[in-house]
Design a protein around this ligand. Structure first.
Ligand code: PHE
Length: 457
């Protein structure tokens, strides 16, 4: 392993197709599937949002992911250096800089929510839900997040855990663990689905998820769907560029991207199928926002025999999935600082985690003492979330598409993404090129300008 290479991403680690798939899927699957996808669906009116989300995932998220793989593997460097290497004369590397900033913005609130998940392992294990009625789970959650101390404590526990993992270089172990545990999370979601779908009144939840009411679509809803697609697939910010730099020359990158997108979307739909029937069966509100997961999941487990054990397991597995995603997020600034500025990896990790922890306090206190402190009409939590997912990642996406489509250009794309002509995917790549040159950048720009009110339709 070279001195400046991240421990878990050195190139042999990605020698197999399964390794590539596990690493990229490990970054994609996280709180986005079980927490953010359901709560945004609930806040934005249900199926119409899901439909928009799917369109964004396949026509924008997927091409951006392929583009990041191409940039990464061509340059074999972190997300800032990669642009510099491929185009030294123009400031395209700023795309990578926006990516590093996005990683911080996301971590400010992601560590807070991950802390809620960690604490729910202990809450469910210690029987906090044992003597309450399923409809009362909201009370438990609200009293937890409206105190400043416990959420802060858990956020810092999360930061210490991921820092230790990265510094100790045991990331490989975590990845292996994620690989074996993700299928178990999947099975648990299916168990939740079966219980949720057999609750009285479940049909309403299914209709909510799959029967679109197109009148619910507004510019803001489209932007949310687009932002979620970027966030979910870990694209637009350099994570997949960094991973791309460790993909072997014989791997089929477009195929890997398609697999990640399909598997990830499937997990989100499974989570939606567990949550919305439960919402309607127990009379919760679908638009409860960020608290939705923590209200509905305990309720569905309470409604099944042996539920407490399954609930503990569910939160353990969710914590692991979230931890895997956070490692890939923290890796972005750490790789940048250590490769580009010659910092040692431990120093880069500790400094990055400290900044995340200190500014992250603002996000965490947004549900308690800072709940009335608004910036641009949003709490700090919502502000970090909005600016990262709905502005920085789409902007990064535009630049990534333009860079691949116009700066690298047709010849390099066809060469790199077909493994020098060895893969028979030219027809696909021609469509892909049209998408990254025209369709995706224009579509993203229109959605952004429209939702921000700069340009109205
Ligand atoms: N995709 C991850 C999730 O759904 C979050 C993430 C975003 C990870 C951006 C890395 C980069 O939880």
């Amino acid at each position: 392993m070279g001195k400046h290479e991240p421990y878990h991403l050195h190139r042999e680690g990605f020698a197999t197709s399964l390794g590539v798939l596990a690493a990229t899927l490990g970054s994609a699957v996280g709180l986005g599937n079980i927490w953010k996808f359901p709560y945004l669906t609930g806040q934005n009116g249900g199926a119409a949002f899901v439909l928009l989300y799917l369109v964004c995932v396949f026509f924008i998220g997927l091409p951006v992911m392929i583009s990041e793989f191409i940039i990464g593997r061509r340059a074999k460097a972190n997300c800032v250096t990669a642009f510099q290497k491929l185009e030294p004369n123009r400031p395209w590397y700023l795309t990578g800089v926006i990516g590093v900033i996005s990683a911080f913005l996301i971590m400010f609130f992601y560590t807070d929510v991950a802390g809620w998940v960690y604490s729910y392992i202990f809450k469910s294990a210690s029987g906090a839900f044992a003597s309450i009625h399923p409809s009362e789970t909201a009370k438990v959650f609200n009293s937890f997040i409206s105190s400043p101390y416990a959420p802060l404590f858990w956020q810092w526990v999360v930061l210490v855990v991921i820092s230790v993992i990265i510094i100790a270089g045991v990331t490989k172990g975590i990845e292996r663990m994620t690989k074996t545990l993700l299928p178990i999370l999947f099975v648990l979601l299916v168990i939740c689905d079966i219980r949720a779908l057999t609750l009285p009144g479940a049909a309403k939840g299914v209709a909510y998820l799959f029967k679109p009411d197109l009148t619910k679509i507004t510019g803001a809803v489209v932007l949310s769907a687009l932002g979620l697609a970027f966030f979910k697939l870990s694209v637009g910010m350099g994570c997949m560029t960094t991973y791309g730099s460790y993909i072997g020359n014989n791997e089929n990158m477009p195929r890997n991207a398609i697999r990640v997108v399909l598997a990830d979307t499937f997990v989100s739909i499974l989570a939606g199928l567990a949550i919305f029937p439960t919402v309607f069966a127990f009379g919760f509100k679908p638009d409860a926002g960020a608290s939705l997961l923590f209200i509905t999941i305990p309720a569905v487990f309470k409604a099944m025999p042996g539920g407490q054990i399954f609930m503990v397991l569910f939160f353990v597995l969710s914590a692991i999935a979230a931890t895997g995603a956070m490692i890939s997020l923290l890796e972005v600034p750490v790789a940048y600082l250590s490769e580009q500025h010659n910092w040692s990896r431990p120093a880069a990790t500790v400094l990055s985690a400290l900044v995340m922890g200190v500014i992250g306090i603002l996000a965490t206190l947004s549900t308690s003492v800072l709940s009335k402190t608004l910036v641009l009409g949003k709490t700090f939590f919502d502000l970090f979330d909005f600016v990262s997912s709905n502005i920085c990642l789409p902007l990064g996406g535009i630049f990534i598409c333009l860079f691949v489509g116009w700066v690298l250009g047709r010849r390099v794309v066809l060469d790199e993404a077909s493994n020098h002509g060895r893969l028979n995917n030219e027809a696909f790549l021609h469509i892909y090129l049209v998408v990254v040159r025209y369709v995706a950048p224009v579509a993203i720009l229109i959605v952004l300008l429209n939702a921000l009110g700069i340009f109205k339709f």
